[in-house]
Design a protein around this ligand. Structure first.
Ligand code: BES
Ligand code: MN
Ligand code: ZN
Length: 496
């Protein structure tokens, strides 16, 4: 989808389509009123007839209106002004895409100032509309043998704003374009099956991203390197797989070398069978999405690098499969992590924390201003919060607050769970410093408790994206979350 900025007055539109909003009941927007006048009351006569009440998401396509140069007008209902919110806004944008999906119009004029949404400025509406439209356009078709037929529908949205708003609007479009490119990359990596998207494949994609980008540097450690670094915990997960593990770091340098980077650590389990603690068969295919944390890190770095933000960011990705081969780790095995702490592995299916703990220890070497890890870590997270927000836990109030604010800003929500000391007792072990599981109660929290023991003295937050990284059922596929949240957080950190 292409977005271009225009300053045209509505009655002189001459393209394929013009989007005019109507609120309930039957009230035309200010652009709508001008178009109505130019068409000698055509629009208001349609409204009077009752063909369009203005309910949120309702649409009516009107071709060849006498007196207008534009080929079509699409009337779009926005509902009652008092009931307008972010959800309704998303529904309106979605209904525009749907209404234009099967008509001949390739481009359309849009007037974002016509839609009023309490607490959101013009730039927000533009950015969100562009993000939603780009995201709706995403398809994953690279592994279908027949070339998909060229799609109909909207290709280009002309966003009309007053001259005084042009520079803010331009920035909103740029941000949306970069974030949706990042999301699209994250979704591709997530959707690729595990026989394609291996740890080596992720490393290759990281290198590809950095190619020709002076501000990006990639470093990939192999298993021998990890052994030298004494990453016994990470290696205990890859032991059962024939795919070699990789520890990928992707450094974006947009500011002075001395500026401390934001560190993003993403779980990259390219397939999670559970290992010797084998998972049941139902929906196991979805465990190809167990690297969506890693994908969100690559996607966010792409967005940040596309915007050329003046900030330093480092992405750290422990990538491995979790398989039950002959050398696989057994329940009861005790391993020594890079931090020196020993871990009794009571369940090999709690592997995410085993690779993240060594990556968190490793992260300290970048002297980060903060570390955010992102992981499809626990099924318990879906039980606790469902699939609406990601969970956030951490050791720093300001960092958690900043992340929550970022999530609200870009509508990629997170919700905090408590990381109280009392929960730490659940991961006691009779034989090692800790166990890798904490029983049925509060599974998301005890997983975070485990991670908290490896965060040294830096500010840290953990995002459990088990419920938000992908969708199941008919819409099965990666969502690209939380690329918007992470990118917004980094945008907010610029100049801080
Ligand atoms: N990748 C899974 C978590 C997961 C499961 C995410 C289903 C989304 C959907 C993780 O590695 C895992 O298996 N966690 C276990 C932990 C348990 C053994 C303590 C879980 O949640 O069951
Ligand atoms: Mn697992
Ligand atoms: Zn997993």
């Amino acid at each position: 989808m292409q977005f271009s900025l225009k300053h045209n007055i509505p009655e002189s539109a001459r393209g394929a389509c013009q989007i005019i909003t109507v609120t309930q009941a039957r009230k035309l927007s200010s652009s709508g009123l001008r178009v109505d006048k130019a068409s000698k009351g055509y629009l208001s006569s349609i409204l009077k007839r009752g063909d369009m009440e203005g309910k949120a998401g309702q649409t009516l396509l009107l071709p060849s209106i006498p007196g207008l140069a534009v080929q079509r007008v699409l009337l779009v209902g926005c509902g009652k002004e008092s009931e307008m919110n972010e959800r309704v806004f998303a529904r309106i944008i979605d209904s525009i895409a749907t209404a234009l999906a099967n008509c001949g119009a390739r481009d359309a004029e849009f007037y974002p100032a016509d839609v009023s949404l309490k607490g959101r400025d013009l730039a927000w509406k533009i950015r969100q509309a562009a993000l939603l439209l780009s995201n709706a356009e995403y398809r994953f078709e690279q592994l279908k043998s027949s070339k998909p037929s060229p799609r109909k529908g909207l290709r280009k949205l002309n966003i009309n704003v007053a001259n005084k708003d042009a520079s803010r609007a331009k920035q909103a479009i740029n941000e949306a374009t970069a974030i949706s490119a990042g999301m699209s990359l994250a979704r591709d990596l997530g959707n690729l099956p595990a026989n394609v998207c291996t740890p080596s494949y992720i490393a290759k994609q990281a290198r590809l991203l950095a190619k020709g980008e002076k501000r990006l540097r990639v470093n990939v450690l192999d298993e021998a390197d990890m052994k030298r670094l004494k990453m016994g915990s990470l290696l205990s997960v890859s032991a059962g797989s024939r795919q070699p593990a990789k520890l990928i770091s992707l450094e974006y340098r947009g500011a002075a070398a001395k500026q401390q980077p934001v560190a993003l650590v993403g779980k990259g389990v390219t397939f999670d069978t559970g290992g010797i603690s084998l998972k049941p068969g139902a929906a196991m295919d979805e465990m190809k999405f167990d690297m969506c944390g890693a994908a969100s890190v690559v996607g966010t770095i792409k967005a940040v690098s596309q915007m050329q933000l003046p900030i330093n960011v480092v992405g750290i990705i422990p990538a491995t499969e979790n398989m039950p081969d002959g050398l696989a780790t057994r329940p009861g095995d005790i391993v020594t992590s890079m931090s020196g702490q020993t871990i009794e592995i009571l369940n090999t299916d709690a592997e995410g924390r085993l690779i993240l703990c060594d990556a968190l220890t490793y992260a300290a070497k970048f002297k980060p201003r903060c570390v955010i890890d992102i992981a499809t870590l626990t099924g318990a997270c879906i039980i606790a919060l469902g699939k609406i927000p990601s969970a956030v836990l951490g050791n720093n109030r300001a960092l958690i607050n900043d992340l929550q604010k970022s999530g609200q800003q870009i509508d990629d929500k997170i919700w905090e769970l408590p990381l109280w000391d009392e929960y730490q007792d659940q991961i006691k072990s009779n034989f090692a410093d800790m166990a890798n599981i904490g029983g049925r109660d509060a599974g998301t929290i005890t997983a975070a408790c485990f991670l908290s023991r490896f965060t040294g003295d830096y500010k840290w937050a953990h995002l459990d994206i088990a419920g938000t990284a992908w969708k199941s059922g008919e819409d099965k596929g990666a969502t690209g979350r939380p690329v918007p949240l992470l990118t917004q957080y980094i945008l907010n950190q610029v100049d801080k």
